[in-house]
Design a protein around this ligand. Structure first.
Ligand code: KG4
Ligand code: ZN
Length: 381
């Protein structure tokens, strides 16, 4: 049995987890800084680093106590080295180095995006873990959709990635966040837009998800994505509706920053139409790539994989089994870093004390791009 302590501080969550054999999270502690950044409408890097410094000791302690694991039982320390905010990453990496050095155990640097992919290996119960072991098969296709990235990656084996397509502009999560802002919803926009969209049912319009006509960037013949056009279309639509109002003023938030249960009908309509347009493109391209590259399964990972509509639609349309991590393992967490760290350790991929942060680290750099054999698609009927 291999027990790793994992640490993740790449953005605005201070997270620590104790993970057994890369599959089972004994603990998964996440201290969110969302309240600190909310009033700025986005993450302020300097504030994030300072908050990580304050939170790292209590968060790591809580992960160890919750898991009921002693320091001497640890077989290694896994930590995110990038991509992310440099100052934020430095807190985790230096803390992990000090721990690994003092305990005399291996230090394992993990790429945050690879961590998101390995979230699909995690389960909360030992029984589910056994089932998971049987299901995962290579080659598989990973749709990585987070706040900073949107990529389709072919995974041929552990640590073996090829890039099939990526976004040319905004990441899917970034588009959700910007649209949330345009609609006056609280930060982060993803969960808020989803909640607003779900309120269509309050108006008796459940399922009417295309009430506002928004574009889909099909990027014909490529597996690339583009989400800036739909975001601009939402902005234009709102500007034309609200000529006399200041769009920077929240329209639909309660004083605590929680989405009110009564967003106006047009906010629910725009939110649901936007969500549908993003999901349509993500699902169509993922399904087409799964067929072309003859994968055995599809993984959908990263913060946007928490989106209920995307989860439903990809599962309904995929030609092969789909694995989407539990909600808690979709958005940033340390358990996924522990899962990935385990598979790296298995292959002898340990880091030394020279491990440095790499804010721009890639999962599958453009040099790994796998050309498509004449992909004609994109648009679905
Ligand atoms: O993976 P993640 O936690 O952090 C990054 O690595 O970026 O992803 C955060 C992103 C944010 O843009 C957030 O708005 C989005 O994931 N997100 C969602 C949902 N929950 C989080 N987007 C759509 N629907 C959700 N339910
Ligand atoms: Zn992430």
């Amino acid at each position: 049995m291999t027990t790793l302590l994992a640490i993740e501080t790449s953005c605005d969550e201070t997270a620590a987890a104790v993970v057994e054999d890369g599959r089972y999270a004994h603990s998964n502690i996440v201290a969110s800084q969302v309240e600190i950044h909310q009033k700025y409408g986005g993450v302020v890097p300097e504030l994030a680093s300072r908050q990580h410094l304050k939170a790292i000791v209590p968060v790591v302690t809580e992960a160890m106590v919750t898991a009921d694991v002693a320091w001497e039982d640890l077989d290694g320390i896994a930590v995110t080295y990038g991509p992310g905010l440099a100052g934020a990453l430095l807190v985790g990496v230096n803390f992990a180095k000090a721990l690994a050095f003092s305990l005399g155990v291996p230090l394992i640097g993990v790429n945050h995006l690879e961590g998101h992919v390995y979230a699909a290996w995690l389960s909360r119960s030992r029984r589910a873990r056994r089932a998971a072991e049987e299901e995962l098969k290579f080659p598989l296709l990973a749709l990585v959709v987070s706040g900073g990235h949107t990529e389709l990656v072919l995974m041929r084996g552990h640590g073996d990635y090829g890039l099939i397509g990526a976004t040319r502009d905004d990441a899917a999560g970034e588009a959700f966040d910007k649209v949330g802002r345009i609609l006056g919803l609280p930060f982060p926009g993803g969960p808020a837009v989803q909640l607003a969209a779900e309120q269509l049912s309050r108006y008796g319009l459940r399922g009417r998800r295309n009430m506002v006509d928004l574009p889909r960037a099909w990027m014909q013949g490529t597996y690339e994505f583009s989400f800036s056009g739909v975001k601009t279309a939402v902005l234009r639509y709102m500007q034309s509706r609200m000529k006399d109002q200041d769009l920077s003023e929240p329209l639909a938030t309660s004083p605590g920053g929680i989405v009110a249960t009564d967003v106006p009908l047009y906010v629910a309509q725009v939110a649901s139409s936007f969500q549908q347009s993003v999901s349509d493109v993500l699902v169509a391209k993922t399904v087409d790539a799964a067929r072309e590259f003859k994968v055995q399964m599809i993984l959908v990972v990263g913060g946007v994989a928490a989106n209920s509509l995307l989860r439903e639609e990809i599962t309904a349309h995929a030609p092969v089994p789909v694995r989407i991590p539990d909600f808690a393992f979709c958005t940033d967490n340390a358990a996924m870093i522990g899962a990935c760290g385990y598979y790296r350790l298995q292959r002898g991929l340990v880091s030394d004390m020279a491990l440095d942060v790499d804010p721009g680290a890639r999962l599958a750099p453009p040099s790994t791009t796998i050309p498509s054999e004449g992909y004609g698609g994109g648009r679905r009927s």
